[in-house]
Design a protein around this ligand. Structure first.
Ligand code: HEM
Length: 181
């Protein structure tokens, strides 16, 4: 596992990514902005309209055979072909956080098949999960995805399948920020 990486996502008038649309999927949305800056460092001054911070971490749920399956196909961020991206900040309910680790794993994979579903969309979609809950941030997770424009419909399909799972019954806030460069 690489060391934790602190990442700031800054919505405003500047940044590598053009904001195509922002939609509130569940709960409050985010203020509209034109561009998104992604900064992989600590201590980034909070410029712009909003800043969301997260940190990469060790895996909580992945089992060895799943790690092997993911490692065999997953692609890095920053591919030249990946002209589209999505930032999807998510929070889960108190009910979720009151569960034990084994109860959460049972919902996440045995019932919802999050990893099995996700694997259907690799290598087209590259991803990185950031944790924010322990930083006192407004969201629990900042999920980040990169893909080629041709994979946009596949990505929408993936979102539809995941949002229909038992896991998503515990999502109480979700915002979808779609981006291009
Ligand atoms: C591209 C295909 C995807 C794959 C292969 C994938 C895979 C994974 C894996 C392996 C984990 C568990 C990490 C751990 O063990 O801690 C995870 C967690 C997570 N994923 Fe995905 N995922 C995909 C797509 C998505 C999408 C589209 C969303 C959001 C709409 C999403 C939201 C999350 C969230 C919020 C978590 C954290 C869950 C928690 O800790 O409660 N994933 N994903």
């Amino acid at each position: 596992m690489p060391r934790p990486l602190f990442v700031s996502f800054q919505g405003g008038g500047a940044g590598q990514w053009h904001v195509d649309r922002i939609g509130a999927v569940r709960g409050d949305g985010l203020a509209p902005v034109d561009r998104l800056r992604v900064a992989e460092s600590t201590g980034v001054p909070p410029v712009g309209v909003w800043t969301l911070r997260g940190v990469t971490s060790n895996e909580r749920y992945v089992e060895r055979r799943e790690r092997s399956a993911l490692s065999a196909v997953q692609q890095p961020l920053g591919r030249d072909s990946a002209r589209c991206a999505a930032l999807i900040p998510i929070s889960k309910s108190d009910e979720w956080w009151d569960l034990t680790q084994d109860e959460r794993r049972a919902i996440f994979e045995d019932q919802a098949h999050h990893i099995a579903i996700g694997l259907d969309y690799l290598p087209a979609i590259a991803r990185r999960l950031h944790h924010s809950r322990d930083l006192g941030e407004p969201f629990d997770f900042l999920t980040w995805f990169e893909f080629a424009p041709e994979a946009s419909a596949q990505f929408d399909d993936l979102l539809g399948r995941l949002r229909a799972t038992e896991e998503w019954a515990y999502v109480d806030r979700e915002v979808e920020v779609r981006l291009s460069r």
